[in-house]
Design a protein around this ligand. Structure first.
Ligand SMILES: [Zn+2]
Length: 295
């Protein structure tokens, strides 16, 4: 093993720079991390056209430009919604990006002449926060994204738990627990089912309630639903900490009001799971993608 490592080092110098890419619905973000986790550069570009070829060219050129500016060949990781179907190699469940149902991994690896690691964006978020963010030092981490959609990722011992189908942590597409009569059966979700957590806890869902009942009432309702949704995660995974990212993570009252509500719903009378705000904010996606290549 040692001899092999030596040989591969001679062929290609060890890459100390890691380039992370966060592919979103409207934009692409890239960051280059040095070996201490410091950011050498970070930037983002918006899709001008959403056809695959145009979006792919933008992605490729953005990566190449960032690597040129960093001045070294980089190890590259990509975080994006959905997953790469292990059977077909195609991107799946990434409906809001220009890359859904396309062979993005293969095309990018051929365009950049190297292996590129892919992971779900919520998994990258959880990894970044577990490695050097708000969940640093915790063994079992659940990362929850509360934004345009609701996503989640699980990191144990500093490694992403992908799951058999690559969907581990996708709590947004399970039903809201203990629905009240007026919540049942819930709105139709993008995934085709009724009453998914995403339909209650996304930013648009919260804003809709705010417009009907006002900010304070809407937030109180939101907090109770969030406590219910987290309690299912806690009953199954019992994480050491839950880290919250996405647009709604800016509401500081969540971190005060939701933890006491857990006692009502979790199958343990004194649930104390800390719920904390992400430390890296929007940058967690690109940082986690770069960290798909451990140092
Ligand atoms: Zn759904």
């Amino acid at each position: 093993m040692r001899a092999q490592e030596g040989a591969s080092k001679r062929r290609a110098p060890a890459m100390t720079l890691r380039l992370g890419v966060d592919i979103g619905g409207t934009k692409i973000a890239v960051a280059v991390l040095d070996s201490s986790g410091g950011e050498r550069l970070r930037r983002r570009v918006f899709y001008e056209r959403r056809e695959y070829d145009a979006a792919f060219t933008l992605l490729l050129e953005t990566i190449q430009q960032a690597e040129n500016d960093a001045g070294e060949r980089c190890a590259i990781g990509v975080g994006m919604p959905g997953l790469i179907d292990p059977d077909t190699g195609l991107v799946e469940n990434a409906y809001n990006t220009p890359f859904n149902k396309r062979s993005l991994k293969r095309d990018l690896e051929s365009g950049l002449s190297r292996e590129i690691r892919f992971a779900n964006d919520a998994n990258c978020f959880a990894l970044s926060e577990a490695v050097d963010g708000a969940a640093r030092g915790a063994r079992v981490v659940f990362g929850a994204i509360l934004g345009t959609g609701v996503g989640g990722g699980i990191v144990v011992g500093g490694r992403i738990v992908e799951g058999r189908h690559g969907i581990a942590g996708e709590w947004g597409h399970t039903p809201l627990p203990w629905m009240t009569q007026d919540e049942y059966p819930g709105p139709r979700c993008n995934c085709g089912r009724l009453g998914c957590i995403e339909q209650f806890l996304s930013g648009p869902a919260k804003n809709q309630e705010r417009d009907v009942m006002g900010e304070d009432k809407a937030m109180a309702r939101y907090e109770d639903r969030l406590a219910r949704a987290f309690s299912t995660v806690i009953n199954i995974l019992d994480p050491d900490v839950i880290v919250v990212g996405g647009g709604l993570s800016k509401h500081e009252r969540l971190y005060v009001n939701v933890p006491p509500l857990l006692k009502r719903y979790v199958y343990w009378r004194n649930a104390t799971t800390p719920i904390v705000r992400a430390a890296h904010g929007d940058a967690s996606g690109v940082r986690g993608a770069a960290m798909l290549w451990p140092l």
